[in-house]
Design a protein around this ligand. Structure first.
Ligand code: DON
Length: 569
């Protein structure tokens, strides 16, 4: 058995390296399809589905299930996300499989008797878990757009879970966490992640997940119902009851993913398609592009002080709107989405930007203050098939490894997405709480997200497929890659590797990746009134550029990522 597993891995590695495979600054070229994800084995699974005649949606489903095995920090079946689709013939749609609050959830569920936040239970433990959406979303996308039989798409993930794959450096942190953490709720996680429940897997050692394989087999056999009904649903609900959570069989049975219209914008002759609420990504991205369209960014020059100033001012304004207006549309029927993405609104905002002077982030605008710090674990992947159909998919457990709780007997991690709701109604303060109405907890409501899977098209055909992890920085990461390609003429590798900034209205400070700004540019930028701080890497974009004229596809996996790879053929 062990020999078989090893030869399976060797075969995988061999195939990976014999194909066009890459991560970093030089894009990998391909003619017949490409998958770019945060784990080389998952990219390989998707590419093989394409090579076997599957379409982009088939490959995305296979890749998503494979990532649920090989990238447990963010790949998942216990979380949720968004898929944007652009067909070669012009069909555009999106799938919303964001988690929902459980039926028993209430707006004050995280408060003590004085109305203050009680503890960290919105981010930690069983109460932080939203009703997972991933399996329902992949199932719905398959029903609408898939071409290969569902069981074939789940099979590679089952093999990876059953036969194992080499544990990577990226997992060392969580393994140490599980070695140290105590408590009955972590027993299943220790069993899943540690060697014999206690030992550390070294990088390169084979890691198998038999309980996860069994769950995937139920999903393979019964589709959506293999997760939301029967054995898997019972295991989730039992786990919740045992450890003080509130998700029940009824929550799971009622969960539905939704197909919905993406946000559509136009920028310098390109069409921009991205996720509509409950993601804030599409609205904020299009709003920023609309503002910036009125400036000659190419002439300003990439990452010049003037360019950085204009980006910052666009970000400041779009993130203020995001905080004020956006939430789950089913609970906020009056959200002014069309207004926010209109050219008129952009013009009004643009007229408030001084060319050489930072404007203040006016927090009195609606009694609002600092943003809550957010984790940056999530994962994005991009797929293009031989026909030129494209899928852009971002999904998450919220924090890295989500709640870090594994469902006993089912072998998968649960999200802690409830932390994306505003926890204290009406209370917004300088310590970082935000309590605006559109994103308060309510039963079956979806929490606001920043995930921004995006497809840029020209003449009705996709040309750029892009997205990133990074919490609230996601939208700005996607913005900068899009600008790098359209305004600065970079290839996809250069566009992804270039240094990035992030401003989110409040706090009024711009974060730069280390070494991404020269001292003299920084001085000029600060002279305009901006504040600078440095951080580590921002996001991890996975992108594909399609050269429609040459019939070539170029993919780049961000080198900020541990194990990402672009694999094409
Ligand atoms: O949906 C959201 O916006 C967040 N839950 C995503 C979390 C995230 O991106 C963390 N890391 N990369």
């Amino acid at each position: 058995m062990r020999n078989f597993s090893l030869s399976f891995i060797l075969l995988f590695l061999l195939i990976s390296f014999s194909l066009s495979a890459q991560s970093g600054r030089t894009p990998a070229p391909a003619r017949k399809g490409m998958v770019v994800s945060s784990h080389y084995l998952a990219s390989q699974v998707g590419q093989q589905i394409l090579a076997d005649g599957g379409n982009a949606v088939d490959a995305a489903i296979g890749t998503a299930f494979a990532l649920a095995v090989t990238l447990p920090s963010a790949g998942n079946i216990g979380g949720g996300g968004f898929l944007v689709y652009h067909g070669a013939e012009g069909k555009v749609t999106s799938f919303n499989f964001r988690e929902k609050a459980p039926l028993a959830a209430t707006a004050d569920m995280y408060l003590d008797e004085n109305g203050n936040i009680r503890d960290n239970t919105n981010h930690d433990g069983p109460l932080s878990v939203g009703v997972p959406g991933t399996v329902a979303g992949l199932w719905l996308a398959h029903q609408r757009l898939g071409s290969k039989p569902w069981p074939e798409l789940v099979q590679p993930a089952i093999e990876l879970a059953e036969q194992g794959f080499p544990s990577t450096w990226a997992m060392q942190g969580i393994l140490r966490f599980y070695q140290q953490v105590e408590g009955p709720e972590y027993e299943a996680a220790k069993k899943a992640f540690l060697k014999k429940g206690t030992g550390l897997y070294e990088p390169g050692e084979l890691w198998k997940q038999p309980d996860l394989a069994a769950t995937l087999k139920r999903i393979q056999r019964d589709g959506r119902d293999g997760f939301y009904k029967g054995e898997t649903a019972r295991l989730i609900a039992d786990f919740m009851r045992k450890h003080g959570g509130i998700i029940t069989e009824k929550d799971l049975e009622k969960y539905e993913a939704a197909e919905q219209e993406p946000i559509h914008g136009a920028y310098r002759g390109y069409d921009i398609y991205a996720m509509a609420p409950p993601s804030s990504g599409g609205v904020a991205l299009v709003e920023m592009l609309n503002i910036l369209e009125g400036f000659n960014l190419k002439e300003a020059g990439h990452n010049s002080a003037l360019y950085l100033h204009l980006l910052t001012e666009a970000m400041r304004r779009a993130y203020a709107d995001r905080a004020q207006y956006l939430g789950d549309p089913l609970f906020n029927p009056d959200m002014p989405v069309e207004q926010l993405i209109s050219k008129d609104h952009a013009e009004t905002l643009r007229n408030t930007i001084g060319l050489f002077m930072a404007s203040p982030s006016d927090s009195s605008r609606f009694n609002q203050a600092l943003m809550v710090a957010e984790s940056e674990e999530t994962t994005h992947f991009s797929v293009v098939d031989q026909e030129g159909n494209a899928v852009s998919l971002t999904y998450t457990l919220e924090y890295g490894y989500g709640s870090r709780l594994v469902v006993e007997g089912a072998g998968f991690l649960l999200n802690n997405e409830m932390g994306d709701f505003n926890p204290v109604p009406g209370v917004t303060n300088t310590r970082g709480q935000i309590g605006t109405k559109p994103n308060l907890v309510a039963p079956e409501k979806r929490m606001l997200s920043s995930m921004t899977p995006t497809i840029v098209a020209r003449g009705g055909k996709p040309v750029l497929v892009i997205g990133s992890p990074g919490g609230r920085t996601i939208i700005n990461t996607v913005l900068q890659v899009v600008l790098n390609v359209i305004d600065h003429g970079m290839n996809i590798g250069q566009a992804i590797e270039a240094g990035r900034i992030h401003h989110q209205w409040l706090p009024d400070v711009t974060s730069f990746e280390e070494f991404s700004i020269s001292p003299d540019t920084r001085r000029l930028y600060e002279m305009m009134g901006h504040r600078v701080r440095f951080r580590g890497e921002q996001g991890s974009a996975m992108g594909i550029f399609i050269d429609q004229e040459k019939g070539l596809i170029y993919g780049t996996a961000d080198s900020r990522d541990f194990d990402g790879r672009a694999v094409g053929n």
